[in-house]
Design a protein around this ligand. Structure first.
Ligand code: CTP
Ligand code: CA
Length: 227
C-alpha cells in the first residue's frame, strides 16, 4: 500500500505556544525583563500552523511581527500569560517557549519611584511567579503532548532532565544560552531534544529550521505516535 503523507498532518489539532519574555512591573514606567526576542517561539507557532494546526500563540512583549497563521494573544506579565494559557485549555499540545520571568517585584507601586537627594537607593523584594509549564504539565486538562524549553548556561543535560521530570513534560528542548553562544536574542539555535527516551543532539540551525524540525516531530507524535 502506498500512503501519501498529508501536507497538513496537524489539521484539526489545537496547539498552544508561548513566546517572548514577560515584563514584570516595578512601577508605572519600569519593569523587570530578559533578553528573549520571541524569534524561536514565533517560528514554532508559524511552522505548526503551516502543518495545518490551529495554533494559539500567547506572547509577551516583543519587537518582531506576529506570525501569519496563528491566532495571537498579547500579554505582559507571567500571571497574565498563565491565565491566557489556562483559558485556551483543553488543547492537543502545548509548547512553552516563553522566557517567563521567574520573579516579580513584590509590590508594584502606583506611582513612579523618585530619586531623592541624600536618600538610599530603592531595593526590591521579589516573589516567585507561577510556573506555566509546570501548571500545564500537571493540569487536569493536560494536553496529550507538553513540550518545554530549558535555557541553561551550565550542566545543560542534567538540568534539562530535571526539568522534564519536575514540569511533567514529554520533551524538553535544551539550549545553551551562555552569552558567548549569542542564542538568546539571536537568529540561530543549537538544541538537544531531551525525553524519557534519551537525548538527541541537533546541529546548529536557524531558529526557523529548528521550528520546522520540531513541528515535524510534533506531527510524528500525533500521526505515528512517535515520542
Ligand atoms: N516556564 C514557565 N513558567 C515559568 C518559568 C518557566 O512556563 N514561570 C517554562 C519556560 O517557558 C520553559 C521552561 O519552563 O519552557 C523552562 O524554563 P527555564 O527558565 O529554563 O526553567 P525554570 O524552571 O524557570 O528554572 P531556571 O530558570 O532556574 O533554570
Ligand atoms: Ca526561569
Amino acid at each position: 500500500v502506498h500512503l501519501t503523507p498529508s501536507a497538513q498532518p496537524l489539521r484539526g489539532k489545537k496547539i498552544i505556544v508561548t513566546s517572548g519574555p514577560t515584563h514584570e512591573p516595578i512601577d508605572p514606567v519600569r519593569y523587570l525583563a530578559n533578553r528573549s526576542s520571541g524569534r524561536q517561539g514565533h517560528a514554532i507557532a508559524e511552522a505548526l500552523s503551516k502543518l495545518g494546526a490551529d495554533v494559539v500563540l500567547i506572547r509577551g512583549p516583543v519587537a518582531i511581527p506576529d506570525p501569519v497563521g496563528p491566532k495571537t494573544i498579547q500579554v505582559e506579565t507571567a500571571r497574565q500569560m498563565l491565565a491566557a494559557v489556562e483559558a485556551q485549555l483543553p488543547s492537543d499540545a502545548a509548547i512553552m517557549v516563553a522566557a517567563v520571568a521567574d520573579w516579580r517585584p513584590e509590590s508594584e507601586g502606583g506611582e513612579k519611584i523618585k530619586k531623592k537627594v541624600g536618600e538610599s537607593t530603592p531595593s526590591f523584594a521579589l516573589i516567585e511567579n507561577p510556573d506555566i509549564l509546570r501548571t500545564v504539565g500537571h493540569h487536569r486538562q493536560r494536553p496529550a503532548l507538553v513540550i518545554g524549553f530549558a535555557a541553561e548556561t551550565q550542566n545543560l543535560i542534567d538540568n534539562a532532565q530535571a526539568k522534564l521530570a519536575r514540569k511533567g513534560a514529554d520533551f524538553i528542548v535544551a539550549n545553551d544560552v551562555s552569552t558567548e553562544t549569542g542564542i538568546m536574542g539571536g537568529t540561530r539555535n543549537q538544541v538537544r531534544l531531551v525525553s524519557k527516551a534519551g537525548v538527541e543532539e541537533w546541529p546548529e540551525l536557524d531558529k526557523t529550521q529548528v521550528a520546522e524540525r520540531l513541528a515535524r516531530r510534533v506531527a510524528d507524535f500525533f500521526v505515528n505516535e512517535i515520542i
